[in-house]
Design a protein around this ligand. Structure first.
Ligand SMILES: C[S@@+](CC[C@H](N)C(=O)[O-])C[C@H]1O[C@@H](n2cnc3c(N)ncnc32)[C@H](O)[C@@H]1O
Length: 442
């Protein structure tokens, strides 16, 4: 492999992009703005884009290295200093820089002094030799997996606890890019309409074997036209399975307790043939707005969107009013890392209990809404047992009138018999958990 050559200007562009990436989301816009400032174009753009994204993917690991070297979390350092160190670690530790590039890395001390404070420049100059000489100590299996697949050690430990040696297969799958997945909206189009459109655009695609209306697009292609027309919406196969398991019927009353941006609400309205009523709750105003747009585009007529805390829903609507309740609970979302690579460094082990507490309160509300004989689906896009089997076990222990309806596919049984899990490495979709419960006493 030839040694990596980066000019001063290219390093400056990377530093600005990394710094802006903390302020502007998605990070793609930050990169575009910074690269435009330094007139990064053509081949230069492809090369620096690759480096920029690998910094984003490795961010947690890069920050751990900085912390090891400077003794404090980089999060408390000056933002210019932090961005410069992150770029320096990427270039010096993870790549093989040419001698000239190593000199340019030294020159960054001056760049830093001008951008922020001379003290930051001195500080960086002092630390740089340690960055250039850094050699990781990989003395355990968790550390090896961390360096190979870029996940926090606590997450690796947990996945190994669940899957044993199979965990490595999962970590690998979470690093692979999933094809864009869409679900045809039968309220407005047929599967043939959508496939015909993709065919005319010369795009390769495949129909999901588990959900006939889900199509995976295999070439780089933006399906926005299909979304704008309301012919399809972005949805993963595992998410589409949730509404199919709850199986609401035309004319029923349904509550979707954490509904935005409306993927499952729209799917349930389709299954109900736009007959009946869906109350779609969410606390997040921006996400409710997106949901309203989705429901309008997809011609859903039976959903009422309500911006409120799902825990208040029984007081607002009354108890026992619903034939079905969908609780697609807020969760750590670790099952979606393949779609959101930077997420792996954002969620923290210590936050899990907070999420679980909210999930417990929401499942209690969901139950109060349900009529005897009605059914509730509890789902998450997390793979952590606390958020899944843990919540369901806790709930079943409190309610004698709750009965688990065993799920027999299309995915694998969860760690509690009768529940189900979709696994990224086994099923080629996002990680998902499902438990269907019925209220006795109809
Ligand atoms: C997994 S997402 C829902 C995705 C949605 N069901 C779909 O299929 O498009 C979880 C949602 O829960 C919402 N949420 C978080 N806390 C909530 C609460 N206390 N009450 C209602 N919704 C809440 C979040 O804003 C988020 O939109």
């Amino acid at each position: 492999m030839p040694k990596l050559k980066l000019s001063d200007r290219q390093l400056y562009a990377l530093i600005e992009a990394v710094k802006l990436g903390e302020e502007i989301k998605p990070s793609q816009s930050a990169k575009r703005t910074a690269f435009a400032k330094y007139r990064i174009d053509g081949w230069e753009n492809s090369k620096l884009t690759g480096i920029f994204y690998s910094i984003q993917r490795r961010l947690g690991l890069i920050d751990e290295i900085i912390e090891e070297l400077v003794g404090v979390s980089p999060l408390i350092l000056d933002p210019w200093l932090r961005a410069t160190m992150r770029v320096a670690v990427e270039v010096a530790v993870f790549r093989d820089p040419s001698e000239k590039t190593r000199q340019h890395l030294k020159g960054l001390a001056q760049f830093l002094s001008k951008r922020t404070h001379p003290y930051a420049g001195y500080y960086y100059y002092d630390i740089l030799p340690r960055i250039l000489e850094y050699m990781p100590v990989i003395d355990s299996e968790e550390k090896r997996l961390k360096w190979d697949y870029l996940f926090p050690e606590w997450f690796i430990r947990r996945m190994k606890g669940l899957l044993g040696d199979e965990a490595e297969w999962l970590l690998k799958a979470l690093n692979e890019t999933l094809p864009t997945s869409i679900r045809v909206n039968l309220l407005k189009a047929t599967i043939e309409d959508v496939e015909g459109y993709l065919g005319r655009k010369n795009v390769r695609f495949e129909r999901s074997e588990r959900v006939s209306t889900v199509i995976r697009i295999l070439d780089p292609f933006n399906p926005e036209w299909l979304f704008n027309k309301g012919w399809a919406i972005a949805q993963e196969e595992a998410a589409a399975v949730a509404s199919l398991l709850l199986a609401p019927e035309p004319g029923e009353t349904v509550v979707d307790l954490a509904a935005a941006p409306g993927g499952k609400t729209a799917h349930m309205a389709e299954l109900m043939k736009n007959e009946g009523k869906i109350y779609a709750f969410d606390v997040d105003g921006a996400r409710i707005k997106r949901m309203r747009e989705v429901l309008k585009r997809t011609d859903v007529e039976i959903a009422e969107t309500i911006r409120a805390d799902g825990r208040k829903a029984p007081d607002m609507l009354g108890e026992g009013i619903a034939d079905r309740v969908m609780l697609d609970a807020p969760c750590t979302s670790d099952g979606t890392i393949a779609k959101n690579p930077e997420l792996r460094w954002r969620f923290r082990e210590k936050n899990i209990q907070k999420v679980v507490a909210l999930q417990r309160e929401l499942i209690e509300s969901a139950w109060r809404l349900l009529r005897p004989g009605g059914r509730m689906l509890y789902s998450t896009c997390s793979m952590l047992p606390e958020e899944n089997e843990g919540v369901v076990k806790w709930f079943l222990g409190r309610h004698d009138d709750a009965e688990l309806v065993p799920l027999n596919g299309p995915y694998d049984e969860g760690f509690l018999p009768g529940t189900m899990r979709a696994w990224p490495h086994r099923h080629g979709t996002i990680g998902f958990f499902y438990a269907l419960m019925e209220k006795k006493g109809d």
